[in-house]
Design a protein around this ligand. Structure first.
Ligand SMILES: [Mg+2]
Length: 193
């Protein structure tokens, strides 16, 4: 065995055997298409006709602060997150990334504790190829140790030690100064070229 290879193996073992880089991925508005469902139930119950266009640069709770509590109620429904559409190409790209990277799903589920079961079942149904030991239902994401974090909420990058990657969502469309990806093909390009 060449000395350089031998030293490389020793080094890897010193690092706890971690040789592959780790990508943490947020769920809502990154893997799961949260906004269309939110708009559907909101328009139905409040007799409105809001579209994605109306949400450019803001969240629904910012556009309609008067009914913040009503919007919150939707999220308290334990089934709300169960039937969200899967973001286009996310399954294929995450499967491909999982061959070269360690993938962790990191969702700030503590913000909506009623969502735990629905989120878990959703992940098992649509991303069954991932190890469920890599699902992280957390609160403050600063605890996450990963090389990258793909998220639509830039606030999580403030305390994140690795590289934040902003996944474009209507509410963050005007933010600048971040590495940004517009869709899962962009993610693919970023990591796999
Ligand atoms: Mg999100």
């Amino acid at each position: 065995m060449k000395l350089s290879i031998f030293l490389y193996i020793i080094k890897a073992e010193e690092n706890g055997g971690i040789m592959v880089k780790r990508i943490a991925i947020d769920m809502d508005e990154v893997m799961a298409d949260f906004v269309p469902k939110q708009l559907t139930v909101y328009n139905r119950d409040y007799n409105e006709n809001l579209t994605l266009e109306d949400l450019q640069g803001k969240k629904l709770r910012e556009l309609r602060p008067d009914i913040k509590d009503g919007l919150r109620k939707y999220l308290m429904d334990p089934t709300f997150f169960r039937d969200l559409e899967v973001m286009k190409d996310s399954q294929e790209v995450i499967r491909e990334l999982s061959e070269s990277f360690e993938i962790f799903i990191t969702t700030a589920a503590m913000e909506v504790p009623a969502s735990f079961t629905a989120k878990y079942e959703w992940l098992k149904e649509h991303f069954g190829f991932l190890n469920d030991m890599n699902f992280v239902f957390c609160g403050d994401k600063s605890i996450i140790r990963a090389d990258y974090l793909i998220d639509d909420n830039a606030r999580h990058f403030k305390t994140f030690m690795g590289q934040g990657i902003l996944y474009t969502a209507p509410h963050n469309i005007n933010l600048t100064g971040y590495v940004r990806v517009n869709n899962w093909q962009d993610v693919r390009k970023y990591f796999l070229g």
